[in-house]
Ligand binder design. Structure first.
Ligand code: DX5
Ligand code: ZN
Length: 224
C-alpha cells in the first residue's frame, strides 16, 4: 500500500507561502494539504480559491483541499478551477452529501468525506463506494497544533476494514495532532495518508522530519 504524507500549510509561514510550498515539496511531501476555513463551519478563517490558484504554479504534487466551509457546494468548482486535485468536505456542511460528492467528481477532482471525531461512521453506509478518500479527523477542526484524540484509533481500524471489504482503492487519511511519536501507531491501525501541520512546519529541518516520519510509518508494514 502506498503511504503518503500531506503537510498542512495551515502551520506554514503565511508571509512566505510560496517559499514554504516549494520547501516542503523539496523535503519530500507527497501532497499539499490546504485547510480552508470560513469562520462559520469552524471558528477560524484561512484562505479561498485565490490563494490556491496563486500557489498552484509552485505545486508539483497534488493539492489536497480540506473544505471546512458551509455551505460547501458553491465553492467546489472555484477550488477545482484553482487547481485542487482532491476536494474533501464535511457531511454536516452539505444539504445533500451524495450530490456534493458527484459535484466534486464532475469537476475532475477526487472526492473525500471528512468525519469529525464525534461523527459516526454511518455516513459512509451509502457513500463509501463513491469516494476516493475518507478523511478522519483526530482533532476537532479549526486549528493546528492540537492534541491527537486517541479515541479515533478504533474508528480508523473500522474504516480500514470497510475499505478492504469494498476491495477498491480508497485513501484513508488521518488529520490532526499527527507527530513522530504517534504516526507509527496510526499507520499500524490502518491509515495510509497522514496530514501533519505543526509537526512539520514547526520543525527546523522539513526533510529530516519527513524522513523520520516516513521511516516510522514504513516500520509497521515491514514488521507485518
Ligand atoms: C484542523 C486541520 C488540520 C490541521 C493539522 O482543522 O484540518 O489539517 O491543520 O494540524 P496539526 O498537524 O498541527 O494538528
Ligand atoms: Zn485538514
Amino acid at each position: 500500500m502506498a503511504l503518503r504524507i500531506a503537510p498542512s500549510i495551515l502551520s506554514a509561514d503565511f508571509a512566505r507561502l510560496g517559499e514554504e510550498v516549494r520547501a516542503v515539496q523539496a523535503a519530500g511531501a507527497d501532497l499539499l494539504h490546504f485547510d480552508v476555513m470560513d469562520n462559520h463551519y469552524v471558528p477560524n478563517l484561512t484562505f479561498g480559491p485565490m490563494v490556491c490558484a496563486a500557489l498552484k504554479p509552485h505545486a508539483r504534487v497534488p493539492i489536497d483541499v480540506h473544505l471546512m466551509v458551509k455551505p460547501v457546494d458553491r465553492i467546489v468548482p472555484e477550488f477545482a478551477k484553482a487547481g485542487a486535485s482532491i476536494i474533501s468536505f464535511h457531511p454536516e456542511a452539505s444539504e445533500h452529501v451524495d450530490r456534493t460528492i458527484a459535484l466534486i467528481r464532475e469537476q475532475g477532482c477526487k472526492a473525500g468525506l471528512v468525519l469529525n471525531p464525534a461523527t459516526p461512521l454511518d455516513c459512509l453506509d451509502y457513500t463509501l463506494d463513491k469516494l476516493d478518500l475518507v478523511l478522519l479527523m483526530s482533532v476537532n477542526p479549526g486549528f493546528g497544533g492540537q492534541q491527537f484524540i486517541r479515541g479515533v484509533l478504533p474508528k480508523i481500524a473500522e474504516v480500514r476494514r470497510r475499505i478492504d471489504r469494498l476491495g477498491r482503492e480508497i485513501w484513508l487519511e488521518v488529520d490532526g495532532g499527527i507527530k513522530a511519536d504517534n504516526i507509527a501507531e496510526v499507520a499500524a491501525t490502518g491509515a495510509d495518508t497522514f496530514v501533519a501541520g505543526s509537526a512539520i512546519f514547526g520543525s527546523q529541518d522539513y526533510a529530516a522530519t519527513l524522513r523520520d516520519m516516513r521511516s516510522r510509518i514504513a516500520a509497521p508494514r515491514a514488521a507485518a
